[in-house]
Design a binder for this molecule. Structure first.
Ligand code: BTN
Length: 325
């Protein structure tokens, strides 16, 4: 890809001028073609200085999740090696399912700057304006369908660890899969498994991170419980680096999962949990269970201690934190 080649050499000497001949010979194109490509890069948001005597100089890259940016310093084996990028799409989970049906390889990443029909859990809408990270990973694990929810928990661990390590914020997980900073949601995960005759065909794991989204775009009720990294850090966050680090962390944890080390992942989950120790309500199909969250089983069920002291296991539902127990 020509753009990739041009960027490679410009990045090598970022901030310095490179003679036109150096760039054209590296990319294998004519000076005229180079001009066209530079214009196209500028319209992607790259700030490139050009001077007739000195050549070209890369000054600044756009804060976009462009595939050639993501793959530039990606150190994964297979997660994110194959990328489908969209400035806008209906839902990355929907695209992922179509691609998975067509045979897309494990680790394929679908990523978009915005989604027009982003989907959340329980059939809810997921607001996905520009400034967020909206992505889906296609997985093909050799596991029984009942174990698919484990992938949600492991993804939560990968996101929470990434945000905690990179930004030293009070990051944790609200069961089963919301990533919180303090008590505000910064990321949601939507895992969808497709099985046929008891066999798992594929799983798509959708992750939405409110990176630099403008929280004012959210309706007041949603805004109350939400935050963004930009809001917490009081500065714009560069998405490419964060996604690269996340993909590597995700791959490492997913590999652990494939080696049957889910108990290890669960103990990381417990350490990151903001739910255990809290009084919670779990809502499911119009019914509500109240209790204190006291643990998680080896299969990922939340264990609630009810008022009368009995224990109740719940596998799914919407969990609301009430107060510290
Ligand atoms: C939730 O907390 O309700 C889950 C939200 C998941 C949102 C992500 S954004 C990328 C992917 N595409 C979607 O349509 N949804 C998921």
């Amino acid at each position: 890809m020509v753009k990739k080649k041009i960027l490679k050499i410009l990045y090598k000497k970022k901030g310095m001028y490179l003679k036109e001949e150096e760039v054209t010979s590296h990319a294998g194109i004519t000076a005229e073609e180079l001009k066209t490509e530079i214009e196209s890069l500028k319209s992607d948001g790259y700030l490139i200085d050009s001077s007739p005597s000195e050549g070209y100089r890369l000054v600044k890259s756009p804060n976009l999740l462009l595939p050639y940016e993501l793959q530039r310093e990606l150190n994964t084996e297979y997660i994110g090696r194959n990328i489908h990028y969209f400035p806008e799409v209906d839902s990355t989970n929907e695209v992922a399912k179509k691609l998975a049906e067509e045979g897309a390889v494990e680790g394929t990443l679908i990523i978009a700057e915005s989604q027009s029909r982003g989907r959340g859990r329980h059939g809810k809408r997921w607001l996905s304006p520009e400034g967020g990270v909206w992505m889906t990973i296609i997985l093909r694990p050799d596991i029984p369908p009942v174990k698919a929810p484990h992938l949600t928990l492991l993804t939560g661990v990968a996101v929470a660890q990434t945000l905690k390590n990179e930004f030293q914020l009070d990051v944790g997980i609200k069961w089963p899969n919301d990533i919180l900073i303090g008590d505000k949601k910064v990321c949601g995960i939507l895992t969808e498994a497709v099985a046929d005759q008891g066999e798992l065909n594929y799983v798509v794991v959708g992750i939405g991170i409110d990176l630099n989204v403008d929280l004012e775009l959210f309706p007041p009720k949603l805004r109350e419980g939400a935050t963004s990294l930009q809001f917490e850090l009081e500065k714009e966050v560069y998405g490419v680096e964060l996604v690269q680090i996340f993909l590597k962390n995700f791959e490492d944890i997913y590999e652990k999962f494939k080696e049957d080390k889910f108990p290890e992942i669960l103990s990381q989950w417990r350490q990151l949990s903001k739910t255990i120790g809290k009084n919670v309500e779990v809502h499911k199909r119009g019914r509500v269970v109240h209790g204190e969250a006291v643990g998680i089983t080896k299969d990922g069920f939340l264990i609630l201690e009810l008022k009368d002291g009995t224990l109740r296991k719940v596998l799914s539902g919407e969990c609301i934190h009430r107060e510290t127990g």
